[in-house]
Design a protein around this ligand. Structure first.
Ligand SMILES: Cc1cc2nc3c(=O)[nH]c(=O)nc-3n(C[C@H](O)[C@H](O)[C@H](O)COP(=O)(O)O)c2cc1C
Length: 175
């Protein structure tokens, strides 16, 4: 079972990318996480560019989603919304049926006490537009994230680990 991870942050030390890796370690076997690292390569979406000759970077994104049995998005909140590069990637998928009923988990983590609440509020309608399926327990807003992970990206908060384990189990149907 291939699970695709998409981080909304390009930062080398991104807490959201570290969280994705942490969820990957919690996935029940034989599920395995692959992190898609090509968001930075995608051109800006325009309907005119969305034709039979889409760029290789778009083809790679679509192929990675198509070959996965589930997708986890983990994203920071930028200016009360989701980062533009993540929205751009999702816009490139609107004309496809790739996300149709695809099991999906969404996490938004922030160092603030509110977590990525507003990013999640903006992400969920887009995931609905893409007709994804978000199992119970598979959307998670994580606040004060820097107190919940150590510098190596390991979880140090048992409640967060439990919530992520539930998310991993829910996404893979192992509940
Ligand atoms: C341009 C920008 C906008 C941000 N806006 C918000 C925000 O609206 N809400 C919030 O909680 N954090 C905001 N932050 C702080 C991010 O949550 C924080 O930098 C976080 O660590 C980014 O995630 P990452 O570690 O995965 O890169 C913002 C950061 C940047 C760079």
């Amino acid at each position: 079972m291939n699970i695709l991870g998409i981080s909304g942050s390009l930062r080398a030390g991104s807490t959201n990318t570290q969280l994705l890796r942490a969820v990957g370690r919690l996935l029940p076997a034989p599920a395995q996480l692959t992190i898609f690292d090509g968001l930075d390569e995608l051109p800006h979406f325009s309907p005119e560019r969305d034709n039979d000759n889409v760029p290789e970077s778009v083809r790679a994104l679509r192929e990675a989603i198509g070959q996965s049995q589930g997708v986890i998005i983990c994203t920071p909140e930028y200016a009360f919304g989701i980062p533009g590069l993540l929205k751009n990637a999702l816009d490139w998928c609107v004309s496809t049926a790739l996300f149709d009923r695809k099991p999906m988990a969404a996490i938004s983590a922030s160092p603030s006490y509110m977590g990525g609440e507003r990013a999640m509020a903006s992400l969920l309608p887009t995931l609905t537009a893409l007709n994804t399926s978000i199992p119970d327990g598979c959307s998670l807003v994580l606040s004060s994230i820097r107190n919940k992970m150590n510098a190596s990206g390991e979880l140090i908060d048992p409640a967060t680990e439990q919530a992520l384990r539930r998310l991993a189990d829910g996404l893979t149907g192992d509940v």
